[in-house]
Design a protein around this ligand. Sequence first.
Ligand code: SF4
Length: 478
Amino acid sequence: MTSGEICCPAAVFGMLYSSCDCGPAREDRTIRRQRSGIPFVPPTCPQVRKRLNMNEKIEKLGAFISSQAEAHPGRTAQMLAAAYDIVGMQAAHFPSGSYTRSREYLQSYTARLLAKLLRDPARSAVVNIFMPSEIFCALDMPIMAPEALAAYVVNTASERVFIDRAEEGGAPDTFCSFHKVLTGMAETGVMKRPAMVASTSLACDANQLTFRHLASLWNVPHAMIDVPQSADEDAVAYVAGQLRGMARTAEECAGARLNPDRLKACVARSAEQIRNFRTYLRRRSQVHFPESLTPEMLNIACNHLYLGTEAGLAYSRLLLEDVSRAPRRTSEKRIVWMHVLPNWQETIKDLFQGRDNHRVEIVASDLAVSALIDMDPDHPYESMARRLVSDSFNGPGSRRIGAALELAKSMEADGILIFCQWGCKQTQGIALAAKRTFEEAGIPALVLDGDGCDRANGGAEQIVTRANAFIEQLEEQS
Ligand code: SF4
């Protein structure tokens, strides 16, 4: 949904932050929570048993972290930071072997960055995932988005206490879980005050509410970029002007001047990253590269949050090397994924992962490739603005559906999986129209309801059963 499609802000605010918690809603939530927990996997194989043990340890860690959050937010932040530092160190020095070098590299970078921000966010900015990153990069201001933070929190089994806190504060059960985790972390004091908050009207109503609320809670400046639905030059100039204004706010918050040459260098890195990713996609369309949900989440981070950073560029180069070593594809079914991925769900991860998995693989996700446009370092603000207005998530739903269809064709996909994130009205709103469009074009599609960061809404068994049935359908068609 874009700014033009958002209904009356007062109505949305009233709907989303009402204190209503009447019987049926509470009952539904209780039932879902009772169903939540570790997905059931029959413990027959040693590897599965090993993973279950690991899950039990994570569950215990999550329970302990959760028990501390309200009373000792500082200690909780330190524990989460220590956990993410270990993840980062493990990915860098003791990789599991499940992922390629590029994935381990960005996994390590992201985990350590989150650890750093949990310990000391004073110079950082909390942003939504579509916010151009280059201005912050040029000012040495690390950025953090709800999707990245919540994806890590759920993998330490500690999301529930933050979601509960956000709901107790008035966020409804039906609100996007990524935003509830971030809000709950801020309200408990686990996520401390950053230097500023910055968001775009692209692509969702949750952005309109959460970031305004957080800026007020933390008492920090909030830069809000209004993105028109059209992708013409007037829209580019309008957004570029707002980005210049945001740069001035960021300068004040960082206590530093923005060096134009540094900004150009960041945009030049973005340009190379995007070119690298387009080359990766062309090669990816022809090879067997059986990675799973986390790698696609890393691609999303790379092409949004890390554009212009040295880490993002290094990742894109490593990714090109990794894909150039991949064997040619054979008979495996190829899936394009729409939107975020529930990378905490072991059963669905297992479906797509494993070097010897020649059954099915995820070849791309629409969120990772939503704005791979040419960037011009000599016109940094206009380039960033053009990326925003031409993002396939901007404008009418038909634009996103068309872009996903083109992606599926270019990747020679066999099917499209439309993931309806809990509380994401943007994806839920287009899901059926998207499925119909894809099927009319001859590409089977499946709509899957789930949650990228709340195990209570996960429905792990149902998701894996439906995904399995969909893959069988693709296999029968071949
Ligand atoms: S999942 Fe949907 S509602 Fe949540 S942040 Fe992303 S676009 Fe917004």
